[in-house]
Design a protein around this ligand. Structure first.
Ligand code: THU
Length: 138
């Protein structure tokens, strides 16, 4: 799948964000190795810490449906009701979750700010020396 299309799905997923506290809507679209796509949006909580980012929602939806191979994830975020206006990169916890399920040297993270140009990073670039399943012999 073309990454521009994947980004469009991430932008659309922002519409489902539940973010009454931050008013910051994030959408993610996760491309699985089999070509299927799982979207996610951030889900906040009055107790704050149970909040889950869009990226993890997408991963957990896919993993819970049996998916195990992943190619790329597109992420778009910005103020509620506004177009994405700055690059939103995955938080550290989401990077660690990606490390569990994706190959760091091949998994692409696609980001978009206000421009049409997409920025693509490998997980190994944004999580150098990541601790992962291989460290535990898997
Ligand atoms: N958030 C995400 O969903 N993904 C990111 O990459 C950064 C932050 C969410 C968490 C919270 O609901 C809101 O954005 C503000 O931090």
């Amino acid at each position: 799948m073309e990454y521009g299309e994947l980004m469009k799905m991430a932008v659309t997923a922002r519409q489902s964000a539940y973010m009454p506290y931050s008013h910051f809507a994030v959408g993610a679209a996760l491309l699985c190795s089999d070509g299927s796509v799982y979207t996610g949006s951030n889900i906040e909580n009055a107790a704050f810490t149970p909040t889950v980012c869009a990226e993890r929602v997408a991963f957990f939806k896919a993993v819970s449906e049996g998916k195990r191979g992943f190619a790329a994830i597109a992420v778009a975020g910005g103020k509620e009701g506004e177009a994405p206006d700055a690059l939103v990169a995955p938080c550290g916890v989401c990077r660690q979750v990606m490390m569990e399920f994706a190959f760091p040297k091949t998994f692409d993270i696609i980001l978009a700010g206000s421009s049409e140009n997409l920025q693509v990073y490998k997980l190994s670039e944004i999580l150098p020396l990541g601790f992962g399943p291989e460290n535990l012999g898997r």
